[in-house]
Ligand binder design. Structure first.
Ligand code: HEC
Length: 492
């Protein structure tokens, strides 16, 4: 994959070079080969699906990619950024490696080989506009479409925080915020977005290139609980120390939405308040004021979850020992699953030196890569497996994560690669955790889930499914059925 990308950029370079040096004759010749890829017909739909959510006015990205006039000056930059492969800098920011592991994810905005080829051809062909009649109707980019989970059922706005351009990392508390919810609801998905004033000065990026180029919230660890008495900071502290209420996935720099297993939703209690026990801010190189907004998507009233959250503490802070000026340094951590588990998300959490993480499942003699993802600490992403593709792992499975750290000047998130690095809370120090979630299954539920999977994927005992080591161990009745069908067919 990486190789292929390189060669396609190379080809693009040659075509552009040829066009520049040999002029019209060569361009005419290449036109025939390249076909008619146009902005209105081919490129606009790609931008609508995978880019405009950010590349629109007053959003997180530095420029809008909506009209031809806006897009044309960035044609070459677009070809470059989309073809980088799953590494820091790629657009859209989504880093799942496509040549290994499970490939089915919800909300996957990444571009297909076909779309990448179109972009390449379009640029090589001098980025023509095409027939205006081919232009797809514009997306509704007002407000609510900022939310990847769709229009939230409830939005909570947290306290504003300000980070000075030259301030060191900050850890502290923000005020508790009542959700205002008047009845218990189960949460299907939750999304947090950082709204900040980074672009307001001149609408230009700050120019700073280390981690946190635009966002200032490194993380927020948070939960919701019904507070004693009138609420307030003391009651929040009390709730936190006694682990009351529901904990929610940690918000991190540039993070995307969390979708829970449809049968394993978490409870947002009536009258609960949002409380945090750790907010960490990291300067983006420019005085910035920001707030987090939490969007909730609920299950219908009356919904009850079947599964509970599975505990998965997978990471290692103790052994982090990152040498100066060396790429590809590996970190390892293992966890034996104490219960049958459906893994619903994979979420590499590294810090600035992080370049990549893989998740592996070891079951008996099977050693299988479930997912590998590149990493850019400006965009900490969680990856939700699509339904019917989530790993289904029996208890006793060993989960193994491998972190790949790049402490060289190729990693733009590192301030100075001459430094040795250990574990630490600062964005420029290290962490090594898989923060993904999942649900625990009883033996019966585990069999039930595997049966669903077998049916959905039409599995036989000769099929192998990544992430389900026992899926091809068919239950006895299935085997009997297969045997009788086979004998029946053979006998007639
Ligand atoms: C989740 C938000 C998001 C999505 C989705 C996204 N971008 Fe970006 N894009 C950004 C941000 C923020 C920056 C500025 C930081 C950087 O350069 O990495 C950026 C930078 C860029 C740049 C560099 C601009 C320059 O000044 O050279 C290009 C080109 C680009 N994006 C193209 C795209 C394309 C094409 C897509 C879709 C295929 C896309 N982006 C999807 C947020 C996004």
């Amino acid at each position: 994959m990486a190789k292929k990308n390189k060669s396609s950029i190379f080809t693009l370079g040659i075509v552009v070079l040829l066009m520049a040096t040999a002029g019209v004759a060569v361009a005419a010749e290449t036109d025939a080969d390249l076909g008619e890829v146009t902005f209105t017909k081919d490129i606009a739909p790609i931008l609508q699906r995978s880019c405009q959510q950010c590349h629109k006015p007053d959003s997180v990205a530095p420029m809008s990619l909506i009209t031809y006039e806006q897009v044309r000056p960035f044609a070459r930059a677009i070809a470059k950024r989309t073809h980088m492969g799953p590494v820091a800098g790629v657009m859209p920011p989504w880093y799942i490696e496509k040549d290994v592991g499970i490939q089915e994810y919800q909300y996957d905005p990444s571009l297909s080989e076909d779309e990448l080829a179109k972009i390449e051809q379009w640029v090589a062909n001098r980025a023509p506009k095409g027939d205006p009649a081919d232009m797809p109707p514009p997306l509704d980019l007002s407000g609510s479409s900022d939310w990847r989970i769709g229009e939230p059922d409830l939005i909570n706005v947290l306290q504003e925080v300000t980070m000075k351009a030259d301030a060191p990392d900050w850890w502290g508390e923000i005020e508790p915020v009542p959700t205002g919810l008047t009845e218990d609801r189960y949460v299907a998905a939750v999304e947090i977005r950082e709204v900040n004033d980074v672009l307001d000065a001149e609408g230009k990026p700050s120019g700073r290139t280390t981690v946190g180029g635009r966002f200032i919230v490194h993380h927020m660890i948070w939960s919701t609980a019904v507070l004693e008495g009138a609420g307030g900071a003391a009651a929040a502290e009390q709730a936190l120390t006694s682990f009351l209420g529901t904990s929610w996935p940690v918000h991190e720099v540039g993070r995307n939405a969390d979708v829970f297993d449809p049968e394993g939703a978490r409870l947002l209690e009536a009258g609960s308040t949002i409380i945090t026990n750790s907010v960490h801010l990291h300067s983006n190189g420019q005085d910035t004021t920001a707030r987090l907004e939490i969007g909730w998507k609920f299950h219908p009233k009356g919904y009850k979850p079947k599964y509970s959250e599975a505990v998965r503490v997978l990471g290692n802070a103790v052994d982090i020992d990152i040498r100066p000026n060396v790429a590809n340094q590996e970190l390892h951590s293992y966890l034996i699953l104490a219960q049958n588990t459906k893994i619903t998300t994979f979420e590499p959490h590294l810090h600035a030196p992080g370049a990549r993480m893989c998740l592996e499942a070891i079951w008996g003699i099977h050693v299988e890569t479930l997912s590998c993802a590149g990493y850019d600490h400006n965009w900490v992403r969680g990856y939700e497996y699509s339904h019917n593709y989530e790993p289904l792992l029996p208890k006793g499975t060993i989960l193994h994560i491998i972190g790949y750290m790049d402490n060289t000047d190729k990693n733009r998130n590192i301030p100075d690669p001459r430094n040795w690095q250990g574990s630490g809370n600062r964005s420029v120090a290290n962490m090594f955790i898989d923060l993904g979630h999942g649900v625990g299954l009883s033996d019966e539920q585990f069999q039930e889930e595997m049966n669903k999977r077998r049916e959905f994927l039409k599995l036989t005992k000769n099929d192998h499914v990544i992430g389900c080591p026992l899926c091809n161990v068919l239950p006895m009745e299935e085997l009997m059925k297969e045997a009788t069908t086979a004998t029946g067919a053979g006998g007639q």
